[in-house]
Design a protein around this ligand. Structure first.
Ligand SMILES: [Cu+2]
Length: 168
């Protein structure tokens, strides 16, 4: 179907843009070492959605809050949404959206992030992100932490998010 090809073009452009947010080269290398995942089970969201470059911002001493970012690519003809994220090392995990309001940046909690059919959704600084609140330990660059993503159809998948410094 032609619409699929058309949808791949904006996804590719987003990924190219996303490269600008990749931060230090170490996280780039580590993410690149993972083989590209094929669609495993196209009948659910977990199998249809590829998670690219999941990462967590490293924390400063005493900081108990951080953000997580990633690119969600929907390889199916079914639209899904990311409905929640869980991480055992935080007391609360929320999905947030940062926006400009009267010249000031502000963020608010949202119920979900849309991942349109044959398209992608990017969680990045200044936009949608995952807020990790009440961290039990420091997020140290070079380590990784498991984040479990839950989707609108009830399926879920756990990804290893690399901790690093993020350039914005
Ligand atoms: Cu936030």
């Amino acid at each position: 179907m032609k619409p699929i090809l058309r949808a791949l073009i904006p996804a590719f452009l987003l990924m190219t843009t996303f490269g600008l947010y990749a931060g230090d080269n170490s996280s780039e290398t580590a993410s690149a070492s993972k083989p590209p995942s094929a669609v495993i089970d196209s009948t659910n969201a977990a199998g249809s959605i590829t998670v690219n470059k999941p990462r967590i911002r490293a924390t400063a001493p005493g900081q108990t809050i951080s953000g997580a970012f990633m690119m969600l690519v929907n390889n199916s003809a079914t639209a899904y949404t990311l409905t929640s994220v869980s991480y055992s090392g935080a007391s609360t995990v929320e999905i947030h959206e940062t926006s400009m309001h009267e010249g000031r940046m502000r963020m608010r909690k949202v119920s979900h992030v849309d991942i349109p059919a044959n398209d992608s959704a990017e969680l990045k600084p200044g936009s949608y992100h995952i807020m990790l609140i009440g961290l039990e330990k420091a997020m140290r660059a070079g380590t990784s932490e498991p984040l479990t993503l839950k989707f609108s159809d009830g399926s879920q998948k756990t990804v290893e998010a690399l901790v690093g410094t993020l350039s914005e």
